[in-house]
Every structure is written in C-alpha cells, then in structure tokens.
Write a protein that binds this ligand. Structure first.
Ligand code: ADP
Length: 274
C-alpha cells in the first residue's frame, strides 16, 4: 500500500485532523513487473538466435573461409535462425496490434468450418512430415461466428499446429466445430492424443513466452507466443479458451465464440443470399 497523510488544521491552537489515504499498489506493481519481464524475455529470445548468427558469420569470415561443405551447412543453420527471429518479430507485432484493439469488438460474420478446412489444407505438409492424420468432419450446415476472419484463422492455425507439433508423431488430431444459439454458442475443439500437459503448466500456458518444455518448443520452431496471441484474440471477441489435459492422455483445446446474428450471416454469405 502507498500511504499519504494530509493534515487538516482547524484552528490556530493546533487542534485538527488528518486525512490518511491508502492506495493499493498491488495491481500497478504487477502490471509494471509483467511489462519489465516481457521486455527482458523478448530481448533474450531475440538475442539467442542473433548470437548464433554472429558466431557463424565470424566462423565463415575466418576459419571456415575456404571450406565449401561447412559453408553450405552453416548457411542453412543461419537461415533457420534468421527465420526464427523473423517469426518472433511477427508474433510480437501481432500481439501488440491486437492489444491496441483490445477494446474494439470485431463484428463481421465469419464462417468457421471453412476456416478449419483451409487451415488443415495449409498445415497438411507439416502434418505429413510428422506422420500425423488431421481429422475433420465438417458440420452439415455452415457455422457463423461474430468476429474478425484473419484473427480467427490465427486462432485455429495456432491450435492445430500445436496439436501437430506437441501431439504424438504418427498420431491423430481431431478438430470439430459445433453451432449453438446464445452467447459462446459456437465451439471449436482441437484434440490430440500426445503426451498431454502436466497440471502445473496448464494455468500458465497462455502467458507470453511460457513453455511447458522450452527445448521442445524451440526445436519445433515455436516462439512461446502462440497461445498468448490466441488468448488476446479471444478476449477481444468476448470468447474463451479452455484447455483440458491429463498427462499421457493428450490435450483438448476448446474455443467458444458468440454466433453471428442471422441477418449478418445471411448478408455475408453469397450462397445464402442466392
Ligand atoms: P510455442 O511457440 O512454444 O508452441 P505456444 O504459446 O503456442 O508456444 O504454446 C506454449 C506451450 O504450450 C508449448 O511450448 C507447449 O509446451 C505447450 N503446448 C501447447 N499445445 C500443446 C499440446 N497440444 N500438447 C502439449 N503441449 C502443448
């Protein structure tokens, strides 16, 4: 608490009173601490690939100057590190853009099954690399949520990509979409059958840069920002993310969103208008 005392003197003899103000600083301190931690984490995450890049450049200019084999290998590592930095910067920029818009509610009608379909197509090659089957049975009718199309693509992309990266290789990832009336009626579930998530990690996974297994995340090309992005996007949509998992039994990520009003969905859909 911050304590301030303002004396009030009533008369010349000195009789009087004082106003004592107590201000709760816990919340302010907490957000200041989070900001400082965030900058420290971001700098550290950027510095690691940068240090590696500098090291390889110096080696290529010096000892490995005339080594053709080493040059090809080092350049490939340098490309990977540079790509990592670039992904990290993209994610940081996306996060700050979404935070800037935090209080503006997105208001387009977005068809969710189509988004899942196209994300699955895009992630296909990564899934094939890990020999993961991507299963999705689209619902019979289109499912319309109220939101921002690009941001909802980002949400679905992050969840399916994580399920492929952290689920069992040679396994299966199931995505389902269901429609319902009323607030949070639209539901997207991404389920994998991998090693699952330990209970102590569960509540912290959506924190920026928090990783269950830092090495596994880096090996998979992760930035530690994916689920933080998902959380911020859903917050501004008035939606939610629920994570359910038991060690050894895989994980389920469930997104809930408000359905788009029928008239809005009808005007957004050429098929329904015809
Ligand atoms: P990253 O870039 O590390 O993937 P995310 O924010 O997307 O960052 O995820 C944070 C952490 O949550 C991951 O590093 C991983 O430890 C854990 N995680 C996410 N999805 C899954 C999943 N389907 N199964 C197990 N762990 C997961």
């Amino acid at each position: 608490f911050e304590v301030s005392v303002t004396p009030i003197v009533f008369d010349k003899v000195g009789a009087g009173a004082a106003v004592v103000t107590l201000r709760d600083l816990t919340e302010q301190r907490r957000s200041e601490r989070m900001r400082v931690d965030f900058i420290a984490n971001a700098s550290h995450e950027l510095r690691t690939p940068l240090a590696s890049l500098l090291g390889f450049i110096e080696t290529l200019q010096g000892p490995a100057r005339n080594d053709v084999d080493a040059r090809a290998r080092f350049l490939e590592i340098m490309r990977t590190q540079a790509a990592r930095m670039s992904r990290l910067i993209d994610d940081l920029l996306s996060l700050s853009r979404i935070e800037l818009k935090a209080h503006v509610r997105p208001d387009s009608a977005v068809e969710i099954s189509g988004i899942v379909r196209s994300v699955i197509d895009a992630i296909g090659p990564l899934a094939q690399d890990r020999n993961v089957e991507l299963a999705f049975t689209p619902p019979a009718a289109p499912v319309w949520a109220l939101g921002d199309r690009d941001e909802l693509i980002r949400v679905v992309e992050n969840l399916i990509e994580n399920a492929v990266k952290y689920g069992a290789s040679g396994g299966r990832v199931e995505t389902s979409v269901t429609a319902g009336e009323g607030p949070q009626g639209v539901r997207v579930t991404v389920r994998d059958f991998g090693p699952g998530i330990a209970p102590e990690h569960l509540p912290r996974l959506t924190e920026r840069f928090y990783r269950g297994d830092a090495q596994a995340s880096r090996d998979a090309g992760g930035t530690g920002l994916g689920l933080a992005l998902v959380k911020h996007i859903l917050q501004r949509h008035g939606g939610q993310l629920a994570i359910e998992s038991r060690l050894g039994e895989g994980a389920s990520f469930v997104v809930t969103l408000d359905p788009a009003p029928k008239e809005l969905a009808a005007s957004a859909s050429p098929a329904l208008k015809a």
